[in-house]
Write a new protein. Structure first.
Length: 233
């Protein structure tokens, strides 16, 4: 094949490019392609070929953008936490919070059940000591079998049973309130965690604390000394 030598062009804007379908020499023609001359080199880029040169910085950015970025939906996280405590934390992939929520519910559930059982026993004993039926003596179950009822102060025992009944009722109700609080806290945490996943934590976000002078506009005294706090974003 004969070397292709480009013709001289009158347009100085494209000194080394021959337009499509333009003869490039005796008996040679490049159709649908581009012939580029650079110094003493000749290269032909065919019409069905695309050559793209990507800078290294852009190449790294494109590679980083192709990675999957998890973007939780706050509304979905809330509804999942409403259905079952801790499910919203699993959805947000905050797995380290799951033992705290589940452990809190299990501990408070056990405490509620135990206090409720003690409340039931003391309530029955208090009801037995207050009625006139001599066959109902469940309050004697709190004492050793060798204890005689005649040896007990009935008024003192009545006050003790009543105070213990009120004590375990208060503890049971407090445990139930704490369980409701943990339930609501898990919902709020799921919503906040999902919402803060969109928060900008780029390196441009910074905090600056420095000393400063506070001028007093109402007097000629020396300005006061204070601390200046600035948030850059």
């Amino acid at each position: 094949m004969k070397p292709v030598r480009p013709h001289r062009r009158t347009n100085p804007e494209w000194p080394d490019t021959i337009a499509l379908s333009q003869p490039v020499g005796p008996g040679a023609e490049v159709v649908g392609s581009t012939l580029t001359v650079s110094g003493d080199s000749v290269s032909i880029v065919h019409a069905d070929t695309i050559a793209v040169i990507v800078p290294p910085e852009l190449d790294r950015t494109m590679a980083a953008d192709t990675g999957f970025v998890f973007n939780p939906n706050p509304t979905r996280a809330v509804w999942m936490s409403v259905l079952f405590p801790g499910l919203g934390q699993i959805y947000n992939r905050s797995f380290w919070k799951l033992p705290i929520i589940i452990g809190g519910f299990m501990g408070l559930g056990y405490a509620t059940s135990w206090n409720n059982g003690m409340l039931r026993d003391y309530t029955r004993a208090y009801s037995d000591i207050m009625d006139s039926d001599p066959s109902t003596k469940s309050y004697m179950d709190f004492f050793p079998p060798t204890t005689q009822e005649s040896d007990l102060d009935r008024e003192w025992l009545t006050n003790v049973l009543k105070s213990r009944k009120d004590y375990y009722r208060r503890n049971r109700d407090l445990c139930i309130i704490c369980m409701v609080g943990v339930y609501l806290l898990s919902i709020v945490d799921a919503y906040v965690d999902a919402s803060l996943s969109h928060f900008d934590i780029s390196p441009t976000l910074s905090m600056d604390v420095s000393p400063t002078l506070i001028p007093d506009r109402h007097s000629t005294r020396y300005p006061g000394v204070g601390v200046q706090w600035a948030l850059n974003f």
